[in-house]
Design a protein around this ligand. Sequence first.
Ligand SMILES: Cc1cc2nc3c(=O)[nH]c(=O)nc-3n(C[C@H](O)[C@H](O)[C@H](O)COP(=O)(O)OP(=O)(O)OC[C@H]3O[C@@H](n4cnc5c(N)ncnc54)[C@H](O)[C@@H]3O)c2cc1C
Length: 381
Amino acid sequence: MQNYNIAIIGSGIIGMTLALQLSSIEHINITLYGKKPKYSQFKTTAILATSFDIYEQLLGLSVSDPQISKLKKFKIIDELKSKQKIIDFDATEINLNSFAYNIRDNYLAERLYTEIIKNDSIACKNEFVRGLEDSLGKTILNTSDGAIEFDLVIGADGRNSIIRELAGINFSKKIYKENILVTEIKHSAQNNNTSFEIHRNGSLLTSVPTGNKTSAIVMIDQPQIIDDITTDNLDTIIRESLSVYLGNTMVSNKYSIFPSETINAEKLYRNRVMLVGESAHVIPPIGAQGLNLGLRDIISFYKILSNHDKKDPGSKTILSSYNNARWLDIYKRYKSVNLLYQSMMNNNAGYSALRNIGFITLNKSKKIRNMLLTEGLSFNE
Ligand SMILES: Cc1cc2nc3c(=O)[nH]c(=O)nc-3n(C[C@H](O)[C@H](O)[C@H](O)COP(=O)(O)OP(=O)(O)OC[C@H]3O[C@@H](n4cnc5c(N)ncnc54)[C@H](O)[C@@H]3O)c2cc1C
């Protein structure tokens, strides 16, 4: 059987997961380009229960690993109007033990990296790729080893993807005015595996369990608030918002800041180049969707390759099947998460009415709650 060569550009969580997943296909040789990633110490990712399998299979990772926190419940507290409204969700409503499993990005990246370097089917090149020449017939990467031809080049190089740019794949990008701060807190009360989301006009504060008495914090707020943050005023914001649920809170004196932006590639491939993860789609961090979308890109591409055993992975048939399989899921998440984001950050009458209707319906209708939860978890993919 003919062997094919695939280059994966970017060794972030998505690039490494993809390399491991594809390495089990016999007729494919993989070269992974990129440096070992280092994420913010506070950055955690909630992996949905419906996506976690991939890490059980590739890394032998267990949901009982002490580094993983189960997310069994979440409480949404809407403080947009003078009267506070609360909605509680529990994974048992949809017969699950947990909605998601929260894991530190650095821990997951380390586990992936350890597995990658043990894997003989993956050649690792510790370098940043800067050049690409692409046509229907072949794709050439310009690397420190010279020009190398591949049957397929996959851009897993994140939101500022150079592969997307060099391949000429159009995309839309919107930079929101808010910024995102992530940190971690200790608290005197147990979180009972519950995530708290406080919605206020123009801001969102979320806590996600990282231990029984520790939680990661994601705060989306106006730039003037995030830019002027000090440990003291952050401590006050957290205490005033969360101590009613989590007891006395103690905030770390360090934090990381991310821009709030959204990106959507027009298409997931061009000639012999395709995109996965954030090189193809970036959405605001609400509802634990971003990495999960990327994991579904990987599973979908792997299934297509496995079903077309001997086919050239860079052929139009394979790449257009991948594009068609992923397009709707990505479009739906992109639209719904951005609409939800704008409804929280914008104070206009239309968004406010939408939110009110949403809250009333969710509190009254079990059927709609179940629909929202199963849709959020992508049970139907
Ligand atoms: C605050 C915050 C909270 C989030 N929470 C969640 C959550 O709870 N659940 C969820 O599902 N998602 C969440 N996300 C989204 C999730 O973190 C991202 O979707 C995910 O990390 C993207 O992974 P990636 O591998 O595609 O990109 P990245 O992690 O950015 O990796 C890209 C890699 O490519 C490398 N690279 C770039 N250019 C080149 C080049 N030319 N050559 C070689 N290498 C290159 C980079 O160095 C990097 O290592 C969150 C995001 C944020 C900002």
